[in-house]
Every structure is written in structure tokens, then in C-alpha cells.
Design a protein around this ligand. Structure first.
Ligand SMILES: *Cc1c(COP(=O)(O)O)cnc(C)c1O
Length: 360
């Protein structure tokens, strides 16, 4: 069986080149006589891997020296708690913008620890748009403002950032980190689980302004304190060693492609192919407000669940898999992360056009 085009929202497709490289190095990593999975995280060989991963990520995103890069565990979901546990003060308030299920979970978690103010929500239209940022009334001197930059389930993204005026902006970038150019200086904290756009599940990357890393309260579990991980260079305990190694290979692959500028261009071309197809179609519709469309996750529906099911089956028979939409949206969703080649998107567009001819 050949490899399929995997449109999964996460864990998701990885560059074939990276998988080939990992398989070559599986039994004996660069004459270490063992795989990366088997070596001590304190060994010199592994130290080079994690340092190189950090250096590459810093280079790709132009991360300034005033920012710490942490390799943690527990997924983005653990960050939903770690952020308020470390940044939300006893009498302080954190502002959140609710743009979908992941924001909602972040809000619920933060409410366990302090005052939360939900500035706006797009739940009224099943999260098919990003609330107007000019309408927001921020909390004066909030401890931070939390946003989900790309909404994996609904296919929306912030194409503009809120004007936070000195308040740290915390961004859940799990599904669009490394997809397009960002200015790290716009953010206080960026966090992202690896399994969408960076590598295998297991590692969560946190990019955090150093002056936000302070001693947490004594009752905060040690593993949930940013300062502990920062002081120990992400080696307080055993980090997810293999996942970090594969991320390093992905970063190398990205750099070789030409970095963020190059991948952004490819991502825009891929998204245009798919959105143009949806906009020209009389059968398929995109539920998301056009200016808020995601570059990474593209939902589309026919409006007829039986036809959707038929389409998903037909695509599957042609080797295009995991395009069933999230249950809260229905229809289809194609996740076209960095590692999805343009050929995969072209193949999908062809199946859509053929399907419209026979079923439209
Ligand atoms: C997948 C996802 C999460 C959850 O990530 P875990 O690593 O499973 O905790 C959070 N936020 C966004 C935007 C996601 O896409």
C-alpha cells in the first residue's frame, strides 16, 4: 500500500523526508549504537539534539534573546492551566476571547484559579467568525489576554491581533505555529502542542518572554512552574526526547525549504486552491466568514449529510483520508498543514470537481 494524503487535524501528516530520515537513524543514531529513544536525555549526543532543535526554532521564527524556549509535556491542554497558575495574580484578571472549543477549555481552566473576563465570543454563530477586535473593552491592567490564533475545529484564524497595549498576549498557536510569518515580539507567551504542525505528539513548545517567568506560588505543582523548567533548560525531568528529535528534523526540513517565508507562500497557494474550488462550486460551501478563513484547516459542507458521507467515502477510495469534519461542524474538514504537499490539495480539488459533476 502506498502512503495516503492524510488530511487529519492532529496528529497529522509529517514530511516524508523526515520520516525517511528518522527511519534511517532508528537503530543506530549517528554511530551512537542506539536509537534516540534509548539514550539518556543527559547524554552529550542528546544534548546536541535538543540544543539544535531550539536553535533551529529560534532561527525559523526569529525568536529574540529576551524569550525563553521550553520543551514541555502535557499538550496544549496543560498550558490552559499553567498559564493562569503562573501569570494570573490573586486579585488580577485575565481577558479571554472565545473563538471555539479550545478557547472554551482554556477559559474553564483559568476560572479555577482566578478572575476571568470573556471579552467576546463567536459562539452565537457556531464560531464561524472572529469577533470584531475594535468592539472589545479590555480589562485595565489585565494580567494577560488569551487568544486561540487558529481554530482547528471551525477553520477560523485571527488575521489581525488585538491591540493589547502592554498587556502580555498569550497565544494558543497549536494548529498554526510555523505556518506563516509572525512577530514574536507581539506576544508574551506562545504555546503549541507539536502534533499539528511540528512533529509527533508528546512535546509542547512554549515561547515565553523572560520577564514573565517569575517564581510561582508555593502551592503550584513543581512540574507546572515555568521557572523550574526555564532554570533547568527543559531538563527538570525527562523531556519527550524522541518527539523533540523529530521536531528537530521537521525544523531542518523547513529551513531547507526556505524557512517561514517559503512555507507561507506554499500554504497560501494550497489554501487558495481549495477555497477557490469551494467558492466556485454550487455544491460545496464554506461555513466560515471569508476574511476569517484559516490557512490550515478548511471546513466545507454540501448541506446534505448523506452527500457528505458519500463524498468522504469517495475521497477515501482515492487515498484522501481523514477529511470528515468535526462532529460539531459536520461535513468535511481538510487540514492542510505545512507537511501536506500541494499535490494532495490538487488531488482533493479534483475529487471535489468530479463529485460535483456526478452529484451536483
Ligand atoms: C489540538 C489543539 C489543542 C489541544 O492540544 P493537546 O496537545 O491535545 O492538549 C489546543 N488548542 C488548539 C488550537 C488545538 O488545535
Amino acid at each position: 500500500m502506498e502512503r495516503v494524503y492524510n488530511f487529519s487535524a492532529g496528529p497529522s501528516t509529517l514530511p516524508e523526508k523526515v520520516l525517511t530520515q528518522a527511519s534511517k537513524e532508528m537503530l543506530n543514531y549517528r554511530n551512537a549504537g542506539m536509537s534516540v529513544m534509548e539514550m539518556s536525555h543527559r547524554s552529550k549526543v542528546y544534548d546536541e539534539i535538543i540544543k539544535e532543535a531550539e536553535a533551529l526554532l529560534r532561527e525559523l521564527l526569529s525568536i529574540p534573546n529576551e524569550y525563553e524556549v521550553l520543551f514541555l509535556q502535557g499538550g496544549a491542554s496543560t498550558q490552559f492551566a499553567m498559564v493562569p497558575l503562573n501569570l494570573l495574580s490573586e486579585n488580577g484578571t485575565a481577558d479571554y476571547i472565545d473563538t471555539g472549543a479550545w478557547s472554551k477549555k482554556a477559559i474553564a481552566e483559568a476560572k479555577k484559579f482566578g478572575n476571568v473576563n470573556v471579552l467576546a465570543s463567536s459562539e452565537d454563530a457556531n464560531y464561524t467568525y472572529i469577533p470584531n477586535l475594535n468592539d472589545l473593552t479590555f480589562t485595565k491592567d489585565a494580567d494577560y489576554i488569551h487568544i486561540t490564533t487558529n481554530n482547528t475545529i471551525y477553520g477560523t484564524q485571527f488575521n489581525q491581533l488585538p491591540n493589547v497595549e502592554g498587556v502580555p498576549l498569550v497565544a494558543d498557536m497549536s494548529s498554526n505555529i510555523l505556518a506563516e510569518k509572525i512577530n514574536v515580539n507581539d506576544f508574551g507567551v506562545i504555546f503549541a502542542g507539536a502534533q499539528k504542525n511540528m512533529g509527533p505528539a508528546g512535546v509542547t513548545i512554549v515561547i515565553m518572554k523572560k520577564d514573565l517567568i517569575k517564581k510561582a506560588g508555593d502551592n503550584v505543582p513543581t512540574m507546572l512552574q515555568y521557572k523550574i523548567h526555564a532554570d533547568k533548560d527543559s531538563m527538570f525531568n525527562t523531556p519527550p526526547t524522541y518527539s523533540i528529535y523529530v521536531c528537530k528534523l521537521v525544523f531542518e526540513w523547513l529551513k531547507e525549504l526556505g524557512g517561514i517565508d517559503a512555507i507561507e507562500k506554499m500554504n497560501r497557494a494550497k489554501a487558495k486552491l481549495l477555497y477557490d474550488c469551494i467558492d466556485e462550486s454550487k455544491l460545496f460551501k464554506g461555513p466560515v466568514k471569508k476574511e476569517d478563513r484559516s490557512l490550515m484547516n478548511v471546513p466545507f459542507i454540501t448541506g446534505n449529510p448523506d452527500l457528505d458521507t458519500q463524498f468522504i467515502k469517495e475521497a477515501g477510495s482515492k487515498g484522501l483520508v481523514n477529511i470528515k469534519g468535526h462532529r460539531s461542524v459536520g461535513g468535511m474538514r481538510a487540514s492542510i498543514y505545512n507537511a501536506m504537499p500541494v499535490e494532495g490539495v490538487k488531488a482533493l480539488v479534483n475529487v471535489m470537481k468530479d463529485f460535483e459533476v456526478t452529484h451536483g
